[in-house]
Design a protein around this ligand. Structure first.
Ligand code: NAD
Length: 376
């Protein structure tokens, strides 16, 4: 099979969908791999490393994909790129199908099978293919490190001849994959760490990382997790109680990392302007949910906003791309683990349409949009 590793040219994306390590594995398995020139440069993987791993280097994305049976990408290619693919070829990527249904339609039009890695069902067998987890984990880590860079004080307590520095107080809101790694990172750096979530299962996870759990633990909280393990939209009454608790707690915090998301909805607003007004100057808020509307009032996608009272609200986008080498490494391994589902024993491109993972993530087949979340 001809595989291709490519990434979007320009823009904010620095990750790449295959690393020299995964390419070497594909070549060993008998695949022909073509990598677009410079595809890994911003993730510290040079063309020479890909060549040494056995890849061919193509001058552009468009020439790279011409003969491919399967295109490995981070975010899917442009419509122009889809039109350059062979009919019947496949493309993988984080395709955000719910937000961007037009992309699936474009893939169908081009006769390309689109595999949305973000739709891979979160079942145990698919854990090693879960790009959402691998990338969120790094986002959680990076958010704390980045906050440390902006914060004008230290994280750990320091007792020095010149006096004692108090430890930073870090509050993590939303304890999914990113939140858990943010807690672990803040703890490692020596911060006094607290965390909140609406799912009761997170209480024990927070405690196991040595942080303190803070939440409105009423009857609604006890039933706030869906069968799929996600948060429910909370009632207006719960939100009011949560806001009251948050307002008191946040006034004493130095760094707040928000990660709260509800599938299929806008992110809940958890930190209001009034709460920000009670924080001390120099405090830092990192809103990891900014791409879905944001958890912090006043957060701006792609910007750092400083309030009148000197509080910094960080709205960076695409956090995994800020650590492109590791993020690509994890992403590429996720794809490598996915590959057997679209490959026959002889190595030919042959998606297994009976597999629930393929059914869960394939958006198109034979020129039609087939995914039930897009057709119903
Ligand atoms: P997510 O990105 O959807 O949301 C982040 C967190 O925000 C969640 O913990 C959610 O409960 C929380 N949240 C939502 N509304 C909130 C509010 N109003 N206040 C406070 N917190 C709020 O979460 P995720 O990282 O994708 O994880 C979701 C679930 O999926 C978790 O149960 C996780 O363990 C599970 N998961 C399973 C697998 C698997 O392979 N089985 C892999 C990864 C994650």
């Amino acid at each position: 099979m001809n595989d291709v590793a490519l990434q979007k040219k320009g823009g904010a994306e620095a990750r790449v969908a295959a690393t020299p390590e995964t390419v070497a594995g594909y070549v060993k398995d008998g695949h022909v791999v073509t990598v677009a020139k410079g595809a890994g440069a911003r993730a510290d993987y040079s063309d020479d490393l890909y060549k040494a791993a056995g890849a061919k280097i193509a001058t552009t994305n468009l020439t790279a994909v011409k003969d491919a049976d399967l295109v490995l990408s981070v975010n899917g290619g442009t419509e122009k790129l889809l039109a350059s693919l062979k009919s019947g070829a496949g493309i993988t990527g984080v395709l955000s199908p719910t937000d961007n249904p037009k992309y699936a339609a474009a893939c169908a039009k081009a006769g390309v099978t689109a595999y949305a890695l973000d739709y891979i069902p979160r079942i145990s067998r698919a854990q090693a293919m879960d790009v959402l987890s691998s990338q969120s984990n790094l986002s959680g880590y990076r958010s704390v490190v980045e906050a440390g860079g902006i914060y004008g004080r230290a994280f750990p307590m320091m007792m020095t001849a010149a006096g004692t520095i108090a430890p930073a107080k870090v509050f993590i809101m939303g304890v999914g994959v990113a939140g858990l790694q943010a807690i672990a990172t803040a703890r490692r750096l020596g911060a006094v760490t607290t965390a909140t979530d609406v799912r009761p299962a997170t209480k024990e996870q927070v405690a196991s990382l040595g942080a303190k759990f803070i939440a409105v633990e009423n009857e609604e909280f006890k039933a706030a997790e869906t069968a799929g393990g996600y948060a429910k939209q909370m009632s207006a009454e719960y939100q009011a109680l949560q806001a009251e608790l948050t307002a008191k707690h946040i006034a004493k915090q130095d760094i707040v990392i928000t990660t709260a998301l509800i599938p299929g909805r806008a992110a809940p607003v958890l930190v209001t302007k009034a709460m920000l007004g009670n924080m001390r100057p120099g405090s830092v808020l990192i809103d990891l949910a900014v791409e879905r509307g944001g958890n912090v009032e006043g957060a701006k996608p792609g910007e750092i906003v400083t309030t009148d009272n000197g509080v910094h609200i960080v709205g960076h986008l695409n956090w995994p791309s800020r650590m492109a080498a590791d993020a690509s490494n994890m992403f590429a391994r996720n794809i490598k683990n996915f590959l057997p589902l679209v490959t026959a024993e002889d190595g030919a491109y042959a998606p297994d349409w009976d597999d629930e993972i393929i059914k869960g993530c394939a958006l198109t087949k034979d020129g039609e949009v087939v995914h039930e979340r897009l057709t119903s």
